[in-house]
Design a protein around this ligand. Structure first.
Ligand code: 1PW
Length: 216
């Protein structure tokens, strides 16, 4: 398949990034976490123009994180844990709604990506355990309802539900994910789900411990 090399989306690269981002001590490396997200952007771009606004919005979040990670205080943005510690100490977490001209904190921005990661995890799980009769649009919409819809405004929810309708069928998705055999697809998807669960759970614990699951 022609789009399975070079710069295009590869599920294996996604998997590698989300695996590498967890250190042996169980901390989350922001560089690899964001690499994983950049790979996801390629996936969304391969899904066509209807995913454009979703991918644009996600790129905005990645860019904010990238600028912190490479900025003045880059040392503090090495891991999720160091970021949380630093932003809490420095009092920049913004537990209250911010004036719109201020750059949102890393904690607040990453929380959006963190929530979206749950959506991806559920969607890939559904995809892995589905058959050719199942609709990818339904799977995607169900995952969205379960994981993300309640965090989004009415407008975003409408736009998202329209984008899901345009999702290609299962076989085409497997092509984009670059697996052809049904069994191989299942295995790669489940392995990816496991890696995502691991990162998700660590992040969730850190945010819970600091009462930061609802940052506005
Ligand atoms: C086919 C499956 C692909 C799954 C990839 C997951 C990407 C999820 C990105 C969802 C973005 C939806 C549109 C954005 C809405 C924003 O309002 C929202 N951003 C996110 C990333 O959820 C919240 O950001 P805000 O408005 O509070 O700054």
């Amino acid at each position: 398949i022609k789009h399975c090399d070079g710069k295009d989306f590869q599920v294996r690269r996604l998997l590698a990034a989300f695996r590498h981002c967890v250190t042996p001590e169980g901390q989350v490396l922001l560089k690899d976490y964001l690499e994983g997200w950049k790979e996801l952007i390629k996936f969304m771009d391969a899904l066509g123009t209807v995913f454009g606004f979703i991918s644009q919005e996600t790129i905005t979040k990645i860019n904010i994180m990238q600028s912190y990670r490479t900025g003045k205080h880059s040392d503090e943005y090495h891991t999720l844990e160091s970021m949380v510690k630093y932003e809490l100490q420095d009092n920049v977490v913004n537990f209250k709604e911010l004036p719109s001209n201020r750059t949102p904190s890393g904690c607040r921005t990453l929380l959006r990506l963190h929530r979206a990661l749950k959506w991806l995890e559920l969607f890939l799980y559904k995809l892995a355990t589905s058959t050719d009769q199942d609709s990818t649009s339904d799977m995607c919409a169900d995952a969205y309802e379960e994981a993300l819809a309640r965090h989004h405004s009415w407008f975003i929810r409408q736009a998202a539900s329209i984008a899901f309708l345009a999702l290609p069928p299962r076989r085409t998705l497997f092509d984009i994910v670059c697996v052809q055999e049904e069994q191989e697809a299942q295995m790669v998807l489940m392995t990816t789900v496991k890696a995502l669960v691991r990162v998700y759970n660590i992040t969730q614990e850190v945010y819970t411990a600091h009462g930061m699951l609802d940052l506005p």
